[in-house]
Ligand binder design. Structure first.
Ligand code: HEC
Length: 143
């Protein structure tokens, strides 16, 4: 309310609106950075569709301990994921989530890797189910 009426006053005299404008835009910027840091703290907000989670459960169930033992999650991560997420999950190339700060469950992560999302590649057909589970377990270690 106050900001609005000040703005209107400035507009009606028309002499030096520039200083008033820059103050109000500084306030806006501060507000934006506040919301950004809030988002960082908040839990995963982009919900994964239920059918994708169901498929993820099957993929996890199919990966036995024995089959996982032979699969190096780290190796897969460095080869397939580090280009966007960084070698230790600190990068966010192409808008990638910083995996260091990610809080998704194993199922959510398997679903995301399997089906892809936004700019992220779907790894179904590129990585075997075992490999997807192995790399999903590996990224939990980065946190
Ligand atoms: C081409 C770049 C790219 C590659 C390669 C990539 N990602 Fe991503 N990743 C993204 C982007 C972009 C997002 C955010 C997608 C969105 O929410 O719209 C993301 C999000 C994620 C998330 C969700 C994090 C969360 O909690 O929201 C996980 C988990 C993830 N990636 C794991 C991986 C793994 C594991 C690999 C390798 C198998 C990988 N990514 C390869 C770009 C990439």
């Amino acid at each position: 309310m106050l900001g609005l009426s000040v703005g209107m006053l400035v507009c009606s005299c028309g002499d030096k609106p520039s200083t008033e404008k820059s103050t109000s835009s500084t306030v806006k910027k501060a507000d934006q950075s506040k919301t950004k840091s809030n988002q960082k703290v908040s839990k995963r907000d982009n919900k994964i569709p239920k059918d994708q989670l169901r498929r993820a459960k099957e993929v996890i169930a199919n990966a036995s301990k024995e089959s996982l033992a032979g699969v190096g999650g780290k190796k897969i991560y460095l080869a397939s994921c580090a280009s966007c997420h960084g070698s230790s999950g600190m990068l966010s190339m192409n808008g990638a989530t910083k995996l260091k700060d990610a809080k998704g469950s194993l199922e959510e992560n398997v679903a995301q890797i399997y089906h892809g999302k936004g700019m992220m590649t779907a790894f179904r057909g590129i990585l075997k189910d075992d490999e997807i589970v192995a790399v999903a377990k590996f990224i939990e270690v980065l946190r």
